[in-house]
Design a protein. Structure first.
Lengths: 372, 372, 372, 372
């Protein structure tokens, strides 16, 4: 247990840390970058790199999902985004990229009000599958019951349930809530579910049988949940807490290893390094991939919270387009700010601190040293 | 007791926290927004939402008091403001909104030098009462003895005594100070009194028989008391301390529940969430409501400290007009920065963290995580 | 003793606090401003207000020394400044105020290279004395032996020895250093000496027989000692430490009370409040008085470090001219930023927190709450 | 051991401090600047001042190495920089200084892709040797085996092996890594090696027989390793830790004193003071010397990381040219920001705090007080 702080009479709190609060430190050993492995395996699937494209329309289209797969990463398509609401969303992506800031939220609220068409879910998944890469699609917990059969029938390899906060114990008086445990038990495909930001929430999600847990709460570049909801999940602490749940659950389950996937606040290669250092098995990237010149966001980035009909909690933000998706992942970098050659930087950081694989690197030393 | 810090030999201090220092964290349970209640009851009065418009000329006019009442909130009229000094203050409000920054303080010092006219107190209260909403008016502790009979005769439902710091034990050699305990005992209507910023000050105010205590010390958007007086009341700690006094006083009084109303530093829906998380029963809003297009401040905001004749300790500040008062409270929001749909955001935050009413939500977990 | 922090193996340090790190908090009692006394007495002299104009050419000329004296404060003339090097320094003050930033240091190095003329020391002191106010002049420890006889003969009431750091134990191989103890013992007039920034340094200065100790190390608005020398004396901690030395020395000396004068980092009325709250008996003001329209700096402010011939450690800085010296001290204020009505604000702060004199107010509660 | 912080379940970290987090404090004694010695001796060599020019093309050319030597300091030539790749690098230095920001990295990647010519190593070292100053050259650990014989044959007095992180235990599957211990044992000249950022890493380097250890990890003005690699070595803590290793190694080795050289984050004279206060014997300066009008960088500064072919982790940064190299070291200063008269400021700081030599000054008191 960490030291509790008394905020005032009868109200105590932990200090929680962001990636900006910490840094990795070298050990006494170094290693060649070429001797380092960044391989990540979940269920039957193995990837060259523990990088997942987030299910956001600015990050993953069917085309980028295929491209990411071919580059040894994983792209997750948002099955409630423009690609399942419109036959041809490309003109709409271009329109979003051209909206003036003042009316962007309003127009996006209108665009995403269009209903989801199940046949488009099927079609998008088929497109990706045909390319021969690992297929992953995401639904929100709210719409999972409505659409999951379409998704499963269309044939995904990994099923992602992603909301700002997903709990194993949702209470509703209106409708019977999704019973995650039963749902996952019944499903044939492995499920990755989140966000969770605490040890307890994550432990309960692990007990549902999920293959992976997303750690986060919309804390990313395009989010305003802290101003809007007062909720914030400092990621360094959250990842460490969920990694702690992974260890305890492994013991309690007699050996089931649930993957911890950091999802949020990861904007640079340095943040990827820190996420793994805190215990993540893989990272889900939004803005870091939206910066690619061939990302579907065309220089803009937004999440599902940005177009909520009555309570948007995020924004469409402009991002600098720094390089192609391949250069973003593998370089060569021509700028030195952690936005390109993400995998090269991860490799170099592991080598410099003397570690040879992702699992080992979770044990690297860190220090608390806030950015000045 | 919280950990004391030694500042230097023989001088110790507590670390005190602002709302910006903290954030609410999700628990393992989630809930539907529609299952959440934001109801607040004080004395015989029940409100849909625990939101109170502050007695400031930029926030509450008789018209806004009525509008807030009809929307399930409470507006408190400043009975020492322009509305009780002038027959028709609307041209003056327009003038204040058009003053150049350099001369605003000087002109406001002149405008507020005009005497208070008791018949206008009576008239303003009557206007609000006729609309059928809960009537609340505020006096400063300095002028309470002079005007309270007019106020009570005019018929208020809730009587607010509000100063930057109000103590149960004011010492004066010049005049007999207000004996709060006797005053409240003699009065027929429930009294809300403050600001108090510490456990002891609040406990003494509770013992006077007040129905509610305002927590704060002019720490809001329009205040400069920290630069001017060196005084500051970090609100997260102050609310928790006063909530602690509420609990102890309830025990000592054999069950009297005194409401804790956070008054200051609440600019966004996220701050409302945090105030309640720290133990507040309701929040008194200034700048957050002054941002309404139909607020009386017409895009400006100021408190009584801004026009003190010799020692102004606040400023008239320009605020962005974001939406109508109704949209500020209930949405739909078209910007995502915590300035509109305050009640929707509170509801969503309670739902996301699994709580169903305000009282329960006071127990939600928080973390210390300063804004970067 | 305060909690020590381990910076690294074998190197420990205390956390030290600035005025910006702290704030005063109200207690459970309040008081009328008119019932508050700000009187300060040192040796045979009593002042309406514990405010001292710093011996800096931008703050105190003979004319301002007289004006401050008449307003119940004390102005200390720098006896190594322009007024003792030039017959008529006013054109030079005007020239300094008109220098472009890029050449200001160089020109000031030249202006202050002119030798000090003893007859001008005599003349300046006589001017002030004739006005009937308390006369105080300052020398640096380096030049005290050379000029003190002139000073004493000219007739000062308070003798100030002020350097960035003054110790009771200066070591020099070149010349016999000033023996402070002997010097003070031999002198007829009370001596105020500093700066000191630590308990030990202050205790040793107190043992020399000084009437007052200046707390500080050039930490003010015009100083760059932190960048240049790596030295910094966070004032909240320094004042508390020296106040601790005052208490211990009073015990050890059988009752001699040495005044603690905060000298540095005091830019607003809020800072004056905090300095006294940490234990100061009086405050020495630089920039706060240089802001007066009738201050000799004509909108600029600098200290002796700014014109050191080979290692300047400060700058001539432009300051906003906010009001007359009288309004700066006593108001009325027409801006609300702690730069005018310094005494009114101190009074109000003492009243709001329930204290009635300076000595009592040294016990007021403070909290640690860094400026956001 | 310092207090550990729990970041989250199962992940603990130390708080680490930068130079900006700390300041030196005066003691009770002061001293004359002229009585202070800044002499530094390593192996058979003695320098007037503990200042080393970093092996970076923007800081040290053969000409500046000679100039620094004549001024009592030490300049280390980068033997993998432009001077050993090109017959006449001066036009290329001028070109780098004229590159637009957007293409600087790309062009530098190309310029530094040119092979190193051993005969130029020989020639550059000869030039410096002829001037009669102490000769020091640096190789990276990667190229040490390839070029050290050329270097030794050319005749260096001090051999520097400098990388972002150098460990005594490099692991490589591709080639036999440099066995530092054997290498240093076989070599005739004293070796300075680093960077190391931790107690353990430094202790292992000390055991290789090195005469000095560089403390740092490219944390300087021109580096972006924190954003890129997530690695950061807060220098105050790192220097103290390595000074701790020096003490422990001295015990374990029966008296061998290994010099601790702070290398990174030292931009002003204040930082030099703090580095020594934390235990450094000498400092290696980059940007602080690149600011000289006669530095080879011509107003720009960069390190080897800035031109890495696939993963640049630094930038060419523009620096203000403040004075000649001699004025940077010895003044007189005409600006007061810690960029000129570095040695004078160090001297003054030691005198003000009462210390007379570098070794003693390592014991000066410091406080933790972050820059506001």
């Amino acid at each position: 247990m960490s030291m509790e702080i008394e905020l005032g009479r009868g109200k105590r709190a932990r200090r929680a840390y962001t990636f900006d609060d910490i840094a990795v430190v070298p050990s006494r050993r170094t290693r060649n970058s070429s001797d380092v492995s960044t391989t990540w395996s979940i269920d039957a699937f193995t990837f060259d790199t523990p990088i997942i494209g987030a299910p956001m329309d600015s990050v993953v289209s069917p085309k980028t999902a295929i491209a990411l797969g071919r580059m040894g990463a994983l792209g997750v398509l948002d099955l409630e985004g423009l690609w399942t609401r419109y036959e041809d969303p490309e003109p709409l992506l271009a329109e979003i990229a051209s909206l003036p800031a003042v009316s962007a939220t309003r127009r996006m609220q209108a665009l995403y009000a269009q209903p989801i068409r199940p046949e488009l879910i099927t079609q998008r998944i088929a497109e990706i599958r045909e390319a021969g890469v690992v297929v992953a699609g995401a639904l929100s917990p709210q719409l999972t019951q409505e659409h999951y059969e379409t998704v499963v029938k269309a044939g995904v390899d990994l099923f992602v349930i992603r909301g700002t906060t997903v709990s194993a114990e949702h209470v509703s008086s209106a409708a019977e809530p999704l019973n995650l445990k039963q749902f996952i038990y019944d499903l044939d495909v492995p499920v990755i579910v989140g966000g969770a930001g605490t040890y307890r929430a994550a432990l309960h999600l692990m007990r549902t049988g999920a293959a992976g847990v997303l750690v986060g709460f919309g804390g990313g570049a395009a989010s305003t949940t802290r101003a809007s909801l007062g909720i914030h999940t400092p990621m360094a602490t959250a990842v460490a807490d969920v990694a702690g749940a992974r260890r305890d659950y492994m013991d309690e389950s007699g050996g089931r290893y649930v993957h911890v996937i950091a999802d949020g606040s990861i904007g640079t290669s340095g943040d990827i390094v820190k996420a793994i250092a805190m215990g993540a098995d893989a990272v889900m990237l939004g803005v870091a991939l939206a910066r690619a010149t061939d990302a579907p966001g065309l220089g803009y980035h937004w999440g599902a919270e940005a177009h909520h009909p009555s309570l948007p909690r995020g924004r469409r933000v402009a991002v600098e387009q720094v390089a192609t998706m391949e250069e973003v992942l593998y370089g060569p970098a021509q700028v030195a700010d952690g936005t390109t050659n993400l995998v090269g930087a991860l490799r170099k950081s592991m080598a410099t601190t003397g570690y040879s694989d992702i699992k080992e690197f979770q044990r690297v030393d860190v220090v608390v040293t806030p950015y000045e």
